[in-house]
Design a protein around this ligand. Structure first.
Ligand code: HEM
Length: 212
């Protein structure tokens, strides 16, 4: 759960950073999207590294879901004994921690919608385009405020998932010395806030007319 989660968090940070190129204009954003497809070329075929990354991402998502189900089953079996474990309630039990399971399902549904929307463009509010910049700008126009709202809620859900997931992963991977819990909590909160705000900026900027 922790290792695949870490891979997914690294992807999210890179994806969020890449999305901010929307503020550098169409040429920069489309050039960036194009360069992703040329990564590793000519040593690898065109799109080669992109497909390797996609396979790693998909495998990570599937293993992450499998681990979640396995841990859920194990937690159910162990419930009475679980009272033994003393954890710092302030960080271990938060609103974010309650949303992990159904939040994860909602995020998976969002990602399917999101790929059909901005990658394959099968869902195209505002019209289809070969330009990733135009797909993004078309899709978040004010008349499609419900698309923006759906993204905003989904990204907040991603932020909550990261908030608890990063803290949990650090604990699983051995960083959870009781004296350091405050620091770990701050790291989890900091990363999830940066990722959330970074992801929210592009769609909101389009809807509010700052990017067109
Ligand atoms: C609101 C913020 C977001 C925006 C504006 C955005 C934008 C984009 C765009 C433009 C693409 C297509 C890139 C291309 O075809 O060149 C894309 C692909 C993708 N995004 Fe996002 N994204 C956002 C949030 C997210 C989140 C939160 C996740 C995951 C939880 C995510 C996961 C993905 C995935 C898996 C792909 C497909 C990558 C591929 O296989 O090519 N995105 N996104």
């Amino acid at each position: 759960m922790a290792v695949t989660g870490a891979i997914l968090v690294l992807y999210l940070i890179a994806h969020m950073y890449g999305n901010l190129k929307i503020f550098s204009g169409q040429e920069a954003f489309d050039g960036y999207a194009h360069s992703l497809r040329e990564l590793g070329y000519p040593m690898l075929p065109e799109n080669g590294l992109l497909w390797i990354l996609r396979v790693v991402l998909l495998a990570s998502v599937l293993i992450h879901i499998y681990a979640a189900v396995a841990l859920w089953a194990r937690a159910r079996r162990a419930r009475p004994a679980a009272q033994r474990y003393k954890v710092n309630k302030r960080v271990a039990r938060s609103y974010a921690s309650y949303t992990m399971r159904y939040g994860g399902v909602l995020i998976a549904l969002f990602v399917i919608f999101h790929i059909l929307h901005l990658t394959t463009n099968h869902i195209a509010p505002g019209g289809r385009s070969d330009s990733p910049y135009e797909r993004l700008v078309n899709g978040f126009q004010p008349e499609f405020w419900y698309v923006t709202l759906f993204y905003v809620l989904s990204v907040i859900m991603v932020g909550l998932h990261l908030r608890h997931g990063i803290w949990s992963a650090l604990a699983t991977l051995g960083a959870n010395m009781s004296r350091r819990q405050g620091t770990l909590n701050a790291i989890a909160l900091g990363i999830s806030l940066i990722v959330t705000v970074g992801f929210l900026l592009p769609p909101l900027a389009v809807t509010f007319g700052l990017v067109s």
